[in-house]
Design a protein around this ligand. Structure first.
Ligand SMILES: [Zn+2]
Length: 254
């Protein structure tokens, strides 16, 4: 069955007067996010900021790179899994991490971040090196290399240190790029349903991102981690102009 997305219902102003404040709050909490059909339930994508988002899959709530303050995650259920792709502050924010982690939360991080975790968080964490895999609950996780090809940038994200993640769950394959150029590993991905692509002048430029999408053809692509909406929109326009199967999902990642 082809993957379909239905956007969360937007509650219009006309509806507001009909709802009590409490009713409105719960309706919004339930309906925030993009929903995709999956085996045994739904996949829900909730953009938060920069590289941070919540991903709800059947049987597990995942936070990706939670950063920027606990309050950004208010209203989201406690995560069963937190993914961190590398140790930069926009991905690994220890203060926020300490506040969103729950008693039963597992962490999957790149090895360099593992060395920076305090003991209480390290006991919850698994370091995944490029190419390694782990299963957490219903989710199979593979660490996809994330690195720069452009020599001037390689010290920011050197080859072999940072991760992207490929998640296989509920019959779907979800790719989270991390901070990377359009590497052969990225271009060679197969059968991706939802791809999160870091689009910015420091990572995948709009041109590189669109070129990568042309190579691996995900069903849906989220530009995230952009510095400004022009980058996001330029990526979307290029993918659309190329006319492939990929639908770009444009959201505000604050
Ligand atoms: Zn980053």
């Amino acid at each position: 069955m082809e993957l379909t997305r239905r956007r969360s219902l937007q509650i219009g102003l006309a509806c507001l007067s009909a709802l009590s404040l409490a009713g409105l709050a719960s309706a919004q909490a339930e309906e925030v996010g993009d929903r995709y059909g999956a085996d045994g339930g739904e996949i829900v994508v909730v953009p938060i900021r920069e590289a941070s988002f919540a991903l709800k899959v059947p049987g597990l709530v995942i936070y990706n790179d939670p950063a920027g303050g606990r309050e950004l995650f208010e209203g989201q259920p406690e995560p069963g899994l937190i993914l961190i792709c590398h140790e930069h502050i926009d991905h690994f924010d220890l203060d926020t991490l300490k506040k969103v982690v729950g008693a039963d939360t597992r962490l999957v991080v790149n090895p360099a971040t593992m060395q920076m975790l305090p003991p209480d968080l390290r006991s919850k964490a698994t370091a995944l090196a490029n190419g390694e895999t782990i299963k957490v609950g219903p989710v199979q996780i593979e660490a996809i290399p994330a690195y720069h090809l452009v020599p001037a940038y390689t010290h920011y994200h050197p080859r072999g240190r940072d991760n992207g993640y490929l998640l296989t769950v509920a019959g779907r394959r979800i790719y989270i790029s991390g901070d990377t150029d359009a590497t052969p590993e990225l271009r060679g991905l197969k059968d991706i349903d939802i791809a999160f692509l870091a689009i910015s002048r420091w990572t995948l430029t709009p041109e590189q991102g669109a070129s990568a999408v042309a190579s691996f053809g995900p069903a849906f692509a989220y530009p995230y981690h952009y510095e400004n909406v022009q980058e996001r929109d330029a990526f979307a326009a290029r993918v659309q102009a190329a006319g492939g199967r990929t639908k770009v999902v444009v959201r505000d990642w604050r």
